[in-house]
Structure formats: structure tokens, C-alpha cells
Design a protein around this ligand. Sequence first.
Ligand SMILES: [Zn+2]
Length: 112
Amino acid sequence: MEEAERRKATNETLFRAVNEQIERLQKPFALTDTEPLHIVCECDSLTCAQRITVPVEAYELTRADPTQFFVCPGHEDKEVEDVIDTGGDYLIVRKHPGVPERIARDTDPRNG
Ligand SMILES: [Zn+2]
């Protein structure tokens, strides 16, 4: 396991934690249940501050699997993840089996 790979996987889990907070804070202010969430890109670059607009339904579906993350197109990293879906202005990626997947699962904010 390369240190760089571990760091990338860890960075993405940080942004996921941020987005869980965003959802929690934004939800009570949404006018309707269909109002999209404005989350941050969950790519592995700590300096990335790109915003992504995601329908709540898509967010919930993706978040139900702890190995899945949202990134801007072009921000996916084939070394640690595969693109499994696209919502237009964002991609949904899934962690490769092994250490990237394990880190994603161990830090799942919805498990515990
Ligand atoms: Zn990014």
C-alpha cells in the first residue's frame, strides 16, 4: 500500500464528512424536499473547493454505500476509484477493493 494512495483515500473521507454536515444544516432550510444539495467535491485534492449540486435523492442513494463518493468531472482518480455513474455536472465514483475501500468503510459517517 502506497502512502500516497492512503492519503488520497483519507482526504476524500474528510470531504464526505463535510458534506454530511452540509446536508444536515441545509435540509431544515430547504423549501421543498426536492431542493438540491450544494455539496463540495469529494476528490482527493485538499485544495479543491469546487461545488457540486446534487439532488437529495441521488445524494442519499450514493451515500447509502460507504465506498461511493461525488467528484467533479475530471477529478476522479483511477488509481483508487472507478466512475460508476454521472449526474451531468458530477460523477459518482466507487473505491477500489482493498485499502481505499477499507478506509472508506472505516470512516463511514453513517455507521456508528
Ligand atoms: Zn475536486
